[in-house]
Design a protein around this ligand. Structure first.
Ligand code: MTE
Ligand code: LUZ
Ligand code: MOS
Length: 763
């Protein structure tokens, strides 16, 4: 507890709803925050490195373990044959995600064996020579989603969701458009790579320090692999240096390998991936290919739309099924689609298994409709903004989604109005047109795009959380909950909730590491639900303590006494000063077969206006300005929420404009496996004129924690406006009469291709 703070006086300030520094900010800036690799190594710690498959697909004939063992400095070698339990670390579909390759290799980069050494560099050097030690008979490989789709190779059966009669509506429509769209994948590029440190403890138990969004699933994966009970495996994570979805399921392989080695050798074993190996071995955001046909009227209203969504799932299912589900449930974005037919294909390719990444398929689904509306507007000679608004969900009618959930909290119109005014959208569009008229090479472009994002896991039972609150006799408070801290500030928000509930200053509350021995059976910190779920659970725990304390204080006439005094007195009177708490999101339903129900507790909204300038000779562009207006309900912590909104905007902007993944077309090697070739945005890529961010002022109508809304993922959809602003600038080359066929990422090459296509069509 901060001894300077006088709890009784400071408690008057609101603990929720105000700007608070991240609970670890002072440690982050001083380099004192402990990440897994900063934990002081125990005596006898060994280091693991993974030997990766040098081919994309093949029969694994042999691993020369004997020769690996004789390499200088190598203490042990493990292969699939050494795994006593199940050689599988997949989260949903069981049996398709080996920890170490067995029988076959499925992608170039797949872990085949682990070498263990006292010196990490020795282990890595030997592992890097993997191809000298493995014999693989190559098999034909499917390297792109389109190829796999043509071969009907899928990781799960196709998914279908239809409402109305899209075909007839398209056929009868005054206008029709049939086209394709290609949207690339994205590497999470967490600053702290995948890492696990496993420590064998007494009586066949293990402690695994793991950088993970999902300690409980790591516990299960390790237990299954090692044939242990869950109560023999403890998984702990104080914080991650970023997760972004990449550590929701895919931290498991590393936890399992470290745990296997630790168990077999009776020594602590650490597995920290080199950045290149992290790229080569783990998956990322799914790239999507779209084939669509749409029928629309003169106002640009979508009358019917058919779309195939083809995701590159990679070699295994991993989280692809719920990612595709979310993509299909976000194709509508902010729009009422009366007749719609969607077909989702999770294409099985011989590449890394793609996984969760901020937005979880939502961004991929929603960008397709935004691209379509943008095309419709250009074909009709209208401002895309007007076409968008003509299609918005209604408040008194046209409010049912294709999956039959009713949109009850629609704030699209007021939010749009506010942003149009603050961003001066219409005036700027006129200014840009005037600029472009006098500028043959440099073209400016602007776009407005809205966001509607459903909050809750689309797997119902994940929507639960637990917490544990301890009040010590000096009045200081310790909180533990099932959420994991990855920089997003869930601990800060949960601590604020507890401080508020107990009427004490935030400085009295501390959050501890997420630990499977404290709160059991937790869900992944994902789907943006961390603060929603764990905030409510912690509030429940704190409320129980407060009620006991209040009753006790009333009885003893201590109601006005400082917290620490009440607590000390309550302790001596044998009042329980700690409590558990639990929360389950009410009212959700989901029928997987029909893809209908109420998958979301509520929707989060937002909108953005982005402006760019494009050099039509080089294809380069500069992001000039972004005006963001985002809905977080009643913010628990506006400073943190604005950070989330801006971070998501820039991260999504990187995805759509510069982060390009290239696999070698023959070998299937990921060529962009390091920051030298894979470019994420830097400070220099932030809008050069202005980045204006505001939070829309309206409480969540749903009964969430203090009427706040989840913020982690929804703003990742805001930079659609940046991509479409580039498209707008390119279309200026052809006097806005031709629809530029722009793919994402809109790299200079992609922009030049689009410019060329527009020029050719305009001739
Ligand atoms: N913010 C930071 N700084 N680091 C992260 O790894 N992950 C994002 C988002 N914001 C992430 C982040 C993702 S993918 C999700 S699902 C949410 O945070 C998870 O945290 P929450 O549910 O507590 O918002
Ligand atoms: N659904 C979802 C999920 O919407 N988001 C997730 O992160 C997720 N993870 C696992 C399973 N379903
Ligand atoms: Mo976030 S993609 O749900 O981890």
């Amino acid at each position: 507890m901060n001894k300077q703070a006088e709890p009784f006086l400071v408690a008057a300030a609101p603990q929720v709803g105000s700007d608070r520094a991240h609970e670890s900010a002072h440690l982050h800036v001083a380099g004192e925050a402990t990440y897994i690799d900063d934990i002081r190594e125990l005596d006898g710690t060994l280091h693991a490195a993974l030997g990766l498959s040098p081919v994309a697909h093949g029969r694994l004939v042999a691993i020369d373990v004997a020769r690996l063992r004789t390499e200088p400095g190598i203490a042990a070698v493990f292969t699939a044959a050494d795994i006593p339990g199940v050689n599988d670390c997949g989260p949903i579909v069981k049996g398709d995600d080996p920890i170490l390759a067995q029988g076959e290799v499925h992608f170039l980069g797949q872990p085949v064996f682990a070498v263990i050494a006292a010196d990490r560099r020795v282990a890595r050097r030997v592992a890097a020579r993997a191809k000298e030690f493995v014999t693989i008979e190559p098999l034909p490989a499917l390297l792109t989603a389109r190829e796999a789709h043509a071969a009907k190779a899928y990781v799960v059966p196709p998914m279908h969701l239809a409402r109305g009669d899209a075909r007839s509506a398209i056929d009868a429509a005054p206008h029709r458009l049939k086209d394709q769209l290609s949207i690339g994948g994205q590497e999470q590029f967490y600053l702290e790579g995948q890492i696990s440190y496993a420590v064998p403890l007494e009586d066949d138990t293990l402690l695994v320090h793991c950088s993970t969004q999902h300690p409980t699933e790591m516990q299960h994966a390790v237990a299954h692999a090692l044939e242990l009970h869950a109560n023999q495996v403890q998984v702990q994570c104080r914080r991650m240096g970023g997760g972004f979805g990449g550590k929701e399921s895919q931290s498991a392989l590393f936890a399992c390998v470290a745990a296997l080695a630790a168990k077999r050798l009776g020594r602590p074993v650490k597995l920290r991936l080199d950045r290149d190996d992290d790229f080569m071995a783990t998956g990322r955001r799914h790239g999507f290919e779209f084939d669509f046909e749409v029928g629309y009227d003169d106002a640009g209203r979508v009358l019917g739309v058919e779309i195939d969504l083809i995701a590159n799932a990679g070699f295994s299912a991993d989280l692809s099924p719920p990612v595709m589900t979310r993509a299909i449930c976000h194709f509508d974005n902010a729009y009422w689609l009366p007749n719609v037919s969607m077909h989702g294909y999770c294409a099985r390719t011989n590449t890394q298994s793609n996984t969760a990444f901020r937005g979880f398929g939502g961004p991929q689904g929603a960008i397709a409709i935004e691209f379509i509306l943008d095309s419709i507007a250009r074909r009709l000679g209208k401002d895309p903004l007007d076409v968008r608004r003509a299609n918005y969900y209604g408040v008194t009618s046209n409010y049912v989604t294709p999956y039959l959930q009713r949109v009850e909290d629609n704030i699209l119109e007021p939010l749009t109005e506010q942003l149009l005014a603050t961003s001066r959208y219409r005036e700027r569009r006129a200014e840009i047109a005037a600029f472009n008229a006098g500028s043959p090479v440099l073209k400016r472009g602007i776009a407005f795009t809205p966001v509607k994002f459903g909050i809750s896991f689309n797997v119902n039972h994940f929507n639960q959380a637990g917490a544990l609150v301890h009040v010590y006799t000096d009045g200081s408070v310790l909180v533990n909950h099932g959420g994991t801290e990855m920089g997003q500030g869930v601990n800060t928000k949960v601590a604020q909730v507890v401080a508020h509930e107990l009427g004490i200053p935030l400085s009295s509350v501390r959050c501890t590491a997420t630990d499977t021995q404290k709160v059991a059976n937790t869900s992944a910190t994902a789907a943006s639900t961390g603060a929603d779920l764990n905030g409510k659970a912690a509030q429940d725990a704190a409320r129980k303590i407060r009620e006991r304390l209040d009753a006790f204080a009333a009885e003893r006439g201590l109601a006005g006494a400082p917290f620490a005094e009440r607590v000390a007195a309550a302790y001596t009177a044998r009042v329980q000063l700690w409590s558990d708490g639990f929360y389950a999101t009410p009212g959700l339903s989901w029928d997987r077969a029909t893809m209908t129900g109420k998958p979301f507790f509520y929707f989060a909204y937002g909108a953005a206006v982005s402006e760019v300038i494009v050099d039509t000779l080089t294809g380069e562009h500069k992001l000039l300005a972004a005006d963001l207006l985002h809905d977080v309900g009643t913010s628990l912590n506006p400073a943190i929420d604005i950070g989330q909104v801006e971070g998501a905007y820039i991260q999504g902007y990187g995805w759509l404009t510069m982060e390009e993944l290239v696999w070698h077309p023959k070998s299937g090697a990921l060529l962009t496996h390091a920051p030298s070739t894979y470019k994420i945005p830097t400070a220099n890529d932030a809008p050069s004129v202005h980045l204006r961010t505001a939070l829309f002022d309206a409480p969540n109508p749903a009964d969430t924690i203090h009427r706040s809304k989840a913020v982690g993922e929804p703003p990742l959809l805001l930079p659609f406006s940046a991509l479409l602003a580039i498209r707008d600038a390119v279309s200026a080359v052809g006097g806005h009469r031709i629809d530029p066929p722009l793919r994402a990422p809109a790299t200079p090459e992609a922009v030049l291709d689009a410019v060329e296509a527009v020029r050719a069509a305009a001739r």
